[in-house]
Ligand binder design. Structure first.
Ligand SMILES: O=C(O)C[C@H](O)C(=O)O
Length: 469
């Protein structure tokens, strides 16, 4: 055992730590204390921790609070964490202390030991101290919420927004391509007045564009950083200029606009910003679900469904039914929505908790938020690229069915009144005829008038057909 382990110590005494690990005694205790889910923090959060520790070292160096050589080594080690070179050094379960102290100490220990190594010392010799240097002027209570906001806003700006934009573009392409495809509208899942397939896709495109605006709107509150509040928000043990300087370094590192929190007590004791921002993600996931459901319905068939659009052949659908193709990507999107709704329950419940000066749901808030952001990004990307872009319209079929629709009688209202129009619609249904055939048989309109009033394409636009301008 002694060959595989080295001895590290903390205030509770000695701990055996795997000899090749950069983490120290406190991380090792956390591994033993929290074998709960096997879920560890994602890349984005580990990166966020690295960003915070780097900025803190830079600010403390500038303020003369940490020696230059130590600060530089911390910066270099933190850079490696930011780049993902030490992701395997963050083994602590997300179900841990509610402040995230174990993950803060995990970052402090890994960066301290790596920095010591970079300075030519041995791992564990505390030339760079996890608390006195890497955590200088900080507490888990301000570091973890800062990493939460950094990781979450980076995920929103760098993953969610570009992916939603890809989907928006794909829907816009189809909106234009399907502009001429006239089809039966449906309300209550019953035939309704004609629409174009392009109009329906324009609705989806707008839904995603509005989702983008909603997600974009989270920048302001997520852009606030708790760093500088230390244990309870007062800022004890940190320099007056530390929070502002650190926020500037974080902005520079990430390319995302961050600033010191408006109120450090609110920033540590409450996480309404996370709940608000996740609400935007949940709303977007709901939009994706609605669009995926509609496309599944419109593509249902191929022989015995609505069959208005042709879905892409992404993979054989069935292990037993030969030739079957299923809307698998849309189904994946539907499932992402359910997971995001579950995450929203966890985030909104966690954000509503906390006692007095500290919210104690930080790790679960961070994990669920980042999972939702990742799922929505990946799902939007594949939904746009592998499903929406490959859809084709069954144009002739759509147009042939619209002529059969009883809802064609709607534009008769203004010419022959609702009662006669109903009689036409009912007769058409009963005698298996079109509205046009019946209206002509009954002599309610001339052929010329019927051409004008029962023009399905014109019925897709605002206006009163058959009226002189
Ligand atoms: O870990 C810390 O810095 C503080 C801890 O969360 C506490 O408030 O007890």
């Amino acid at each position: 055992m002694s060959e595989d382990y080295r001895v590290e110590r903390d205030s509770l005494g000695e701990m055996q730590v795997p000899s090749d690990a950069y983490w120290g005694a406190q991380t090792q205790r956390a591994i033993q204390n929290f074998p709960i889910s096997g879920i560890t923090f994602s890349r984005r959060f580990v990166r966020g921790l690295g960003v915070v520790k780097k900025a803190a070292a830079q600010a403390n160096r500038d303020l003369g609070l940490v020696d230059d050589d130590v600060a530089e080594a911390i910066v270099e080690a933190a850079d490696e964490v930011i780049a993902g070179e030490h992701d395997d050094q963050f083994p602590v379960d997300i179900f841990q202390t509610g402040s995230g102290t174990s993950s803060n100490m995990n970052a402090n220990e890994v960066i301290a030991n790596r920095a010591a190594e970079l300075m030519g010392s041995e791992i564990g010799d505390r030339v760079v101290h996890p608390n006195d240097h890497v955590n200088y002027g900080q507490s888990s209570n301000d570091v973890i919420p800062t990493a939460m906001h950094v990781a979450s806003l980076e995920a929103v700006e760098k993953d969610v927004i570009p992916a939603l934009d890809t989907l928006r573009e794909a829907l816009e392409e189809k909106e234009e391509e399907f502009d001429d495809v006239v089809k039966t509208g449906r309300t209550h899942l019953q035939d309704a007045t004609p629409v174009t397939l392009g109009q329906e896709f324009g609705g989806y495109r707008t839904q995603v564009a509005k989702g983008l605006a909603r997600v974009d709107g989270v920048r302001d509150h997520l852009g606030e950083l708790a760093l500088g509040g230390t244990a309870t928000g007062t800022g004890l043990n940190t320099h007056e200029e530390f929070p502002g300087r650190a926020a500037e370094y974080i902005t520079k590192e990430t390319g995302v606009q961050f600033r010191e929190a408006d109120n450090h007590f609110e920033a540590q004791a409450a996480h309404d910003a996370m709940s608000e921002a996740h609400g935007a993600l949940r709303t977007v996931a709901g939009s994706l679900n609605k669009i995926a459901n509609d496309l599944r319905l419109l593509a249902s068939g191929p022989r015995n469904g609505l069959g208005e659009i042709e879905q892409p052949e992404n993979q054989p659908g069935s292990s037993i039914m030969p030739g079957k193709i299923n809307p698998v990507v849309a189904e994946a999107v539907n499932q992402v929505h359910k997971q995001v709704v579950g995450n929203d329950a966890a985030v909104s419940a966690g954000a509503a908790e906390g006692q007095i000066d500290l919210n104690l749901y930080k790790p679960v808030l961070a994990h669920n938020f980042l999972e939702s952001a990742e799922l929505i990004s990946n799902a939007s990307q594949v939904f746009g690229e592998r499903f929406v872009r490959k859809l084709e319209a069954n144009e002739e079929y759509c147009e042939s069915r619209v002529e059969q629709s009883m809802a064609m009688a709607t534009s008769l209202n203004v010419h022959i009144g609702y009662d006669k129009a109903s009689e036409v619609a009912k007769t058409a249904l009963k005698e298996d005829k079109t509205v046009r055939e019946v209206v002509l048989e009954k002599g309610y309109l001339t052929e010329e008038e019927a051409d004008e009033v029962l023009d399905a394409r014109k019925m897709t636009e605002r206006g009163i057909l058959g009226q002189d301008d």
